[in-house]
Design a binder for this molecule. Structure first.
Ligand SMILES: C[S@@+](CC[C@H](N)C(=O)[O-])C[C@H]1O[C@@H](n2cnc3c(N)ncnc32)[C@H](O)[C@@H]1O
Length: 212
């Protein structure tokens, strides 16, 4: 799925009220006052705005998205609410325009499955996090490898299932990026999506391995 296709599909969905999430990353994230946070695939901006309340004026929240429609919707809502400690940036997840080691918390909901280069996304998450940083990410994995006819079908990827990888592949990518400690916080039972079976889950990871 190209960035132009993602932009088009999600710009059309920006004004709808349909739920685009696949887990409760925001509920597990517990941002602290003063923290710098980053939402990958921030969509209409709802999670960024919620986090902005937790981090307060001393903190800051970035939302990254490739869809013009989503970014516009998010910026308008932030302006209407007078929220100042947020910034919505147009960017691909594979090349995040944020400095190395500058973020305390990365969250994301139902977005990484769209990426054609998930390993690169995970490397970027590792790069932008501070040495003490953490991620809380909701996404899906497939219970079986997804046949190539679906993983290369941009419509199937757009519908949040064609781009799924198995749990083993998912975890291998997270670990290859450098994360030492990962933990599943919630997991659905397998369910049918499109032509395959998937599981929605929320994953937590820290850059630094806790000692005890
Ligand atoms: C399923 S929606 C989820 C939106 C939001 N996280 C939520 O839970 O409502 C996925 C979002 O990720 C964005 N997106 C998908 N792939 C992307 C990529 N490679 N780079 C940047 N944004 C991407 C889309 O534009 C869309 O807004």
């Amino acid at each position: 799925m190209t960035f132009a296709e993602i932009n088009k599909r999600y710009s059309e969905l920006a004004q709808e009220s349909c739920c685009l999430s696949c887990g409760k990353a925001i509920d597990y994230s517990i941002p602290q006052p003063g923290e710098v946070c980053l939402d990958l695939g921030s969509g209409r901006g709802n999670d960024v705005l919620k986090i902005s309340e937790y981090v307060g004026v001393e903190g800051f929240v970035y939302g990254i998205d490739i869809s013009d429609g989503m970014l516009e919707k998010a910026r308008i809502t932030a302006d209407k609410l007078g929220v100042k400690n947020v910034k919505f940036i147009k960017s691909e997840l594979e090349k995040i325009p944020i400095e190395d080691g500058s973020v305390d918390l990365v969250i994301s909901n139902c977005t990484i499955n769209h990426s054609l280069n998930k390993q690169q996304v995970w490397k970027e998450i590792f790069r932008v996090l501070k040495p003490t940083g953490r991620f809380i990410i909701s996404d899906i994995y497939s219970t079986q490898p997804v046949p190539e006819r679906y993983s290369s079908d941009s419509q199937a990827v757009a519908e949040c299932w064609g781009g799924a990888v198995t749990q083993n592949e998912y975890f291998a990518q997270v670990k290859d990026a450098g994360f030492k400690q990962i933990e599943i916080l919630e997991e659905s039972t397998p369910y049918s999506k499109g032509e395959i079976e998937v599981v929605s889950f929320t994953l937590k990871g820290t850059k630094k391995k806790s000692c005890c």
